[in-house]
Design a binder for this molecule. Sequence first.
Ligand code: UD1
Ligand code: CA
Length: 459
Amino acid sequence: MNKAIILAGGQGKRMKADMPKPLFRVLGEPMLEWVISACESAGVSDICVIKGFKGEMIDEYLNGRYTTALQAERLGTGHAVMQAIPFLEGDTSGNTLVLCGDAPFIDKATIEGSLAFHEEQGNAVTVITSELDEPFGYGRIIRSADGSVSGIVEQKDATDEQKAVKEVNSGTYWFRTADLIGLLGKLTNNNAQGEYYLTDTIAIAIAEGGRAGAYKSDNPDIIKGANDRRELLEFNNYARMKVFEKHMDNGVGFTCLDGVIIERSVEIGQGTEILPGTILRGNTKIGSGCCIGPNVVIENSIIGDRTVVNTAQIYDSEVEPDVNIGPFVHIRPDCHIGKESKIGDFVEVKNSSIGEKTAIAHLAYIGDSDVGRKVNIGCGTVTVNYDGITKNRCVIGDNSFIGCNTNLIAPVKLGKAVYTAAGTTVTRDIPDYALAIERGVMKINEGYTIRKLKTKQGK
Ligand code: UD1
Ligand code: CA
């Protein structure tokens, strides 16, 4: 079986943070996750992550999803891969892909293309390369007269002639697993940096009569690794634009990209318009013909076709088609909003289901409630769902009309087509078709203002 080893031991000193570099995020996902998902998409799921600096943070992030191995001392890329020998020995039948956890733009096509090339050529090792106009800092690919690869020379070890080579090592390689184990045993640290260079495996394989190949990609982005926060910002911008381009090609409209961030995992239907300040995260799915924004955050939620969301935040919820949300709305986790309903300004909804064609037009809090269809929730309605110890539910039947400033003291159940008078505090269940009114008797004190003024003026 084919496997992958991802090097994620780096500290990234220039990031100036107490965190392994591969955990820095590009478009919401750690760079490590980008590399993992490229492997997974190419069908390589048996993965060992090499951790080093703050390795426990890598474990915490991966949460048992993949094998990890610790490189206790940073003695070079070859030394890092040596830490995975027990992982490799488990099954030596296939090939092993080695990648860097801080180069997120490696992709499925490159992984698959290079594997086919590797197998076709019968190589012990195949290095993935690309040409850079500014190759400074990268290992240069040294080719023989017949075009085959003879070795990789690091910047610090290169002659002037070698430094002029523009084809560089991406840091990603395919090895025949059985050969890799043998090659690792032969690495030495005789070089300018005193490190065990994984790149030396190429010359060693050739010296032993094996074949080494270079698979040249015409996409130099696959090489890019982020070393500081400026580069990380560049990566974010790059990844962001790629996402926008994909959606535009699918028929999604963008008037202006200011403040718009859409994570890779988000799906958006044709004909939807995205306005400035829209942030769409996680497993979010937006339907077609929607208008989203300005100033919207939607996370892990489903939004139905033709729904309008303006200046709102929606988390872990589902909104059906033709709903009108906003402005200034907060939909907290576990809500289901029925079709053709309206959630208007200054409304918060939490852990509730709202039936179709229901209107909660302004200034209300609906928490832990089941609201039926065609209900009108008056301005200032509050479900009093928390007594300081437990959260309780409110149920409001279809076609009910909840007067302004109604307090519903949960748990309470209102039947079908119930009315509550404005200002009512509901403390008991209300049967179908009833009106509940709970108010003090209104008194009118005539001439009050005039008497008050006279008192003040001492008359
Ligand atoms: C390495 C390659 C170089 C290539 C470049 C691509 C070697 C000797 N050189 O350069 O040819 O062009 O990558 O980016 O391999 N790491 C560890 N433990 C270590 C050393 C490194 O885990 O002891 C990890 C780093 O965190 C990083 C990756 O290996 O993810 C590459 O290391 P880095 O130091 O960035 O690469 P270079 O030595 O610059
Ligand atoms: Ca180095």
